[in-house]
Design a protein around this ligand. Structure first.
Ligand SMILES: Nc1ncnc2c1ncn2[C@@H]1O[C@H](COP(=O)(O)OP(=O)(O)OP(=O)(O)O)[C@@H](O)[C@H]1O
Ligand SMILES: [Mg+2]
Length: 383
C-alpha cells in the first residue's frame, strides 16, 4: 500500500469515542490503528490494524507505536508507564502521558487543582475503610461523596453516601479514595477545551442532566443555561486548568455551578468526551475533528455553535443483556434536526452506552423539548 501523506494515528481504546474520531477523519482519508481488549470493539472494522489486546498491555502498545506516527487514547485507563517510555524515546503522544498520570488518579488530580489554585470541592484522601470516620466531620451536611482514586468511569467508582450509614459501618470502598464535600443543589456543566500548544479554544458550555440512579449523563444541551458572567468564568477556569496542565489535545472540564454561583472543577477528561457528542452536527468544528487537527499539527477550527443542540445517550435498559434492537425510529426520523449515532456494540447490557442522538433546533429549549419527545419512544428492546 502507498504510504498516506497524513500521519497514521494510533488510538488506545476502540470504543465509541474512537469510532467517532475515525469517522471524523474519513473525509480526509486519515488512517488509524486501534488497540482494544474487546474483539468486537466499536472501532474494529474502522481500523487499518486492530490489535486485540488489553489497554495496559505494554507490548501491544509498543506494537501500536511501531505502526503509527502519532498516538492518542480515548480512555484514561491505559498503561501510562509504557507511554511515558515511548514519549521519552521521541514518540508523539497527545495528550502527553504526564497529564494522564495526574488524571488517572483522582487524588493526584485534586492535589493538582489545589497546587494551581483552581477551585474545586474540599476533599481528603483515605487509604482504607478504617480511615473514613476520622474525616467525616470535616465536611458539612449529611452527605459526602467518595470516589475511588483509580479505575472509576461512568459513575462507577463514585458513591454518594450518608454520613449516618458510614458511621453505621456501611462503607462502599476499601481502597484508596477521595472523600469529597457533597455540593448540594449544584448544576453540572462541561467546557470543552482544545489546544495545539500555540492556541487554546473553548466551545460554548454544555449543561448536563443526570440519571441519579445510573449516575450517568441523561440529557445534555448546549449552550448551557448560564448567565454570561458565569459562562465566562467557567470558560476562564477551564482554560486555566488546561494551561496549568500544559495540555495539548482535546479536554473536557467538568464543572459544578453551586447555588451561590461559584464554579468548581469536578474533573478533567483528557480526550473527547460524552458531553461533546453534539459538536459533530451542532458546531463548526466538532471535538473529534479538532483532535484530528491537533494530531496532524494543523490549525484549530472554529468552535462556534451552528445551532443550539440537545443530546441524549441511548442506554441499555436494566432488564436486557445480549441481542437487542432499537425501537421507535419512525417517529424520531420525522423530527427535523434529529441525528442518530449507534456504536456498533454487539450486545446490550444494563447501563451500557449503545448510542446517542442529537437534536438541533433554533432555540435550546426547542432542542430539549424535541429530544425529550424522542426519548419517550426511542428505546433499546430485546429481539
Ligand atoms: N462533590 C460532589 N457533589 C455532588 N455531586 C457529585 C460530586 N461529585 C460527583 N458528583 C456526582 O457524581 C457524578 C459522577 O462523578 P464523577 O464525574 O466525578 O465520576 P466519573 O465516574 O468520573 O463519571 P463520568 O465518567 O461519568 O464523568 C457527577 O457527574 C455528579 O453528578
Ligand atoms: Mg464525571
Amino acid at each position: 500500500m502507498k504510504k498516506p501523506f497524513h500521519p497514521i494515528i494510533g488510538i488506545i481504546g476502540g470504543g465509541q469515542l474512537g469510532k467517532m474520531l475515525i469517522e471524523s477523519g474519513m473525509p480526509w482519508n486519515l488512517q488509524y490503528n486501534v488497540i482494544d481488549p474487546d474483539p468486537a470493539a466499536s472501532c474494529k472494522f474502522y481500523a487499518n490494524t486492530f490489535i486485540n489486546a488489553g489497554l495496559k498491555d505494554g507490548e501491544a502498545i509498543k506494537e501500536l507505536a511501531k505502526i503509527s506516527d502519532v498516538i492518542t487514547y480515548e480512555i484514561e485507563h491505559v498503561n501510562t508507564e509504557v507511554l511515558l517510555e515511548l514519549e521519552s524515546q521521541g514518540k508523539t503522544i497527545i495528550p502527553s502521558p504526564s497529564i494522564l498520570r495526574i488524571i488517572q488518579d483522582k487524588g493526584l488530580q485534586k492535589q493538582f487543582y489545589k497546587d494551581n489554585n483552581l477551585p474545586t470541592a474540599e476533599y481528603r484522601l483515605v487509604e482504607k475503610k478504617e480511615d473514613w470516620e476520622s474525616v467525616l466531620n470535616l465536611f458539612e451536611g449529611e452527605k459526602i461523596v467518595a470516589k475511588l482514586c483509580k479505575g472509576g468511569y461512568d459513575g462507577k467508582g463514585v458513591s454518594i453516601c450518608n454520613k449516618k450509614n458510614i458511621e453505621a459501618g456501611i462503607i462502599p470502598f476499601d481502597e484508596p479514595c477521595i472523600i469529597e464535600e457533597f455540593i448540594s443543589g449544584c448544576r453540572e456543566i462541561a467546557i470543552l477545551v482544545a489546544s495545539n500548544g500555540k492556541e487554546t479554544v473553548t466551545w460554548p458550555s454544555i449543561e448536563m442532566d443526570f440519571d441519579p440512579k445510573l449516575n450517568l449523563v441523561d440529557l445534555l444541551f448546549s449552550p448551557g443555561n448560564l448567565d454570561s458572567d458565569t459562562e465566562q468564568k467557567a470558560s476562564k477556569i477551564a482554560v486555566e486548568a488546561i494551561k496549568a496542565l500544559n495540555g495539548k489535545g482535546v479536554f473536557a472540564v467538568e464543572l459544578f455551578i453551586t447555588p451561590q454561583g461559584e464554579v468548581l472543577i469536578n474533573e478533567i477528561a483528557p480526550r473527547p468526551h460524552n458531553s461533546g457528542h453534539h459538536t459533530i452536527e451542532a458546531s463548526i468544528t466538532s471535538q473529534y475533528e479538532q483532535l484530528n487537527r491537533i494530531l496532524l499539527n494543523l490549525p484549530l477550527g472554529n468552535t462556534d455553535l451552528v445551532m443550539p443542540a440537545a443530546m441524549v445517550n441511548i442506554i441499555g435498559p436494566d432488564n436486557i443483556t445480549g441481542d437487542y434492537k432499537l425501537e421507535g425510529l419512525e417517529k424520531a426520523m420525522q423530527i427535523p434536526g434529529f441525528y442518530l449515532h449507534l456504536y456498533k456494540k454487539n450486545e446490550t447490557r444494563p447501563g451500557r452506552k449503545m448510542g446517542h442522538y442529537s437534536v438541533l433546533a433554533s432555540t435550546v429549549d426547542e432542542a430539549i423539548k424535541k429530544a425529550l419527545e424522542i426519548k419517550e419512544t426511542l428505546k433499546i428492546t430485546s429481539i
